[in-house]
Design a protein around this ligand. Structure first.
Ligand code: DX5
Ligand code: ZN
Length: 229
């Protein structure tokens, strides 16, 4: 009897971005994600320097992390992230992603994250070539491909992203890396399947989820779009 081992995922993970949540009703929105089919919490930290927007800081992050019962995936859009790695660890972060463009000593930063036991991710802006990760891809747990320019929710998906996903997937296979591919920005029910088919493991969705009439149902719908059977 022969067994064929399929390395294909069954469906993508869904990571609602709380940037688009109602901050006046944050507990309610976190509970919605806790009770939904979502897999991760996507948490955007912006400093007003690396990106032209400020999201929220540690007191809010602490409250979110305490209440969230799923994987906490934190996307840092900040300069000098190294100085805060220990704090993110203390607050219960599971995945910590830094921007390639914000880290002149990226290898050091990745090692510092991993040394705390947090999973390490690197995010690439739309203009940043995937092959710049050639020499660190084996060290990574996650590659975050920005499908909009970082800083704001609700922007239009950049079509060149599909090509970038293919390049990332090929690099991961070629280098025998176990990094997951995450796509962030402009994800919706129309592009979720194509993204998943292209090789995305984690779909971030902010405005699509929180602007929906029924956010929990939208999470379910997005996930169902990516089913591979
Ligand atoms: C943008 C953030 C995203 C944002 C996505 O800089 O990194 O996580 O919340 O929002 P949508 O899904 O609305 O494009
Ligand atoms: Zn993000």
């Amino acid at each position: 009897m022969f067994f064929v081992i399929l390395h294909k995922k069954i469906m993508a993970l869904i990571a609602p971005s709380i940037l688009s949540a109602d901050f006046g009703n944050l507990n309610r929105d976190i509970d919605m994600i806790n009770d939904s089919e979502a897999d991760w919490f996507h948490i955007d930290i912006m400093d007003g320097v690396f990106v032209p927007n400020i999201s929220f800081g540690f007191p809010v992050l602490e409250a979110v992390n305490k209440k969230a019962t799923k994987i906490k995936d934190t996307h840092l859009m900040i300069v000098n992230p190294d100085q805060y790695i220990e704090t993110f660890k203390k607050l219960g972060t599971d995945y910590l992603t830094v921007h390639y463009e914000a880290c002149p000593h990226l290898h050091r930063t990745i090692q510092a994250i991993k040394n705390t036991g947090i999973k390490a991710g690197v995010a690439l802006n739309p203009h940043t070539n995937v092959h710049l990760l050639d020499d660190v891809i084996r060290d990574l747990d996650l590659v975050l491909i920005m499908s909009v320019n970082p800083g704001f929710g609700g922007q239009k998906f950049i079509e060149n992203t599909y090509e970038k996903i293919t390049k990332t997937k090929n690099l991961i296979i070629q280098k025998n890396s176990s990094a997951l591919i995450e796509v962030d920005g402009g994800v919706n029910p129309e592009n979720a399947k194509k993204l998943s088919d292209a090789g995305v493991d984690v779909l971030v969705a902010g405005s699509t989820v929180f602007n929906a009439e029924d956010p929990s149902q939208m999470i379910k719908d997005l996930k169902a779009k990516t089913k591979n059977f």
